[in-house]
Design a binder for this molecule. Structure first.
Ligand code: ATP
Ligand code: MG
Length: 259
């Protein structure tokens, strides 16, 4: 069974069709890329899936349950995470402390147990510290363990946000242009990092990305959107060589730049 499915999602803005009967599916643990020129509807698709926009028509199915009528936070609780939007970093805490706090939000023992240092809290504390230690390596944050967010590069801040979102233990993670604005060295680290996240957590990943090198190297399957419609689906190779995809990048009218 798919971990995420959309069925015929459609939405218009002032008569312009931003999504037109978009149906995608993502298998558990799969890495799926979404490709398309500026204005194709990629972010709108994420907004509808995560509940920030209500589609005019269609369904969103997470792990077999229809979620299109749930609030965004309910979708997060159901296992759907999206980066760089909800995460709150604590500016006066170190990277390590930020990650520890993020873990604690999701552990079973409450603040009462913490106050009294009950055995259940001590067990959780050990679990949280172990998970943070693992995360520091998975997301390449170990060198910045004791730094505060203000001391980090923009790219490293985004990695820290990614690590915090992973504390939600999502079943599926939506990433909207994670490479944008970060240094080439960090972009190069991103591909192996995303694969590492998937391998270690089993979490499926849907990636919108204008960096084609990254998108094609990390995705197992790719969907191409143009003018709100799916125009191709397949392996990175198939999609990169699809006539309609090439045409959508060459014969541009509604956008000002090509990825
Ligand atoms: N909240 C909104 N209100 C009105 N129009 C919107 C809204 N959100 C998106 N649109 C329009 O819907 C279309 C799709 O936009 P969207 O942001 O999804 O594109 P995108 O594929 O993410 O582009 P980019 O690659 O530039 O991020 C565009 O024409 C955009 O102007
Ligand atoms: Mg976008």
């Amino acid at each position: 069974m798919s971990i995420l499915e959309t069925k015929d999602l459609s939405i218009t803005f002032g008569g312009i069709s931003a999504l037109d009967e978009v149906s995608i599916n993502v298998e558990p643990g799969e890495i799926v890329g979404i490709l398309g020129p500026n204005g194709a509807g990629k972010t709108t698709l994420f907004n509808v899936i995560s509940g920030f926009l209500k589609s005019d028509q269609g369904k969103v199915i997470l792990d077999g349950e229809e979620i299109q009528n749930l609030f965004p936070y309910e979708r997060v609780a159901a296992g759907l995470a999206r980066t760089f939007q909800h995460v709150k970093l604590f500016r006066n805490l170190t990277v390590y402390e930020n990650l520890l706090v993020a873990q604690h939000r999701h552990l079973s023992s409450g603040s009462f147990a913490a106050m009294l240092r009950l055995p259940s809290w001590r067990k959780d504390e050990k679990l949280a510290k172990d998970l943070v230690e693992k995360m520091l390596d998975t997301i390449n944050l170990r060198p910045w363990k004791d730094a505060r967010p203000s001391e980090l590069s923009y790219g490293t801040t985004r990695f820290l946000e990614l690590a915090s979102v992973l504390s939600l233990k999502p079943k599926i993670l939506l990433l909207d242009e994670p490479a944008s604005g970060i240094q080439q060295r960090e972009v190069e680290a991103l591909g192996p990092m995303l694969k590492g996240i998937r391998d270690e957590t089993g979490c499926a990943i849907v990636l919108i990305e204008h960096d084609m090198g990254l998108l094609f190297s990390v995705s197992e399957r790719v969907y191409a959107l143009d003018f709100g419609r799916l125009i191709a689906e397949g392996t990175p190779d198939e999609v990169a060589n699809d006539d309609r995809v090439l045409e959508s990048y060459l014969g541009r009218t509604r956008r000002d730049s090509v990825a």
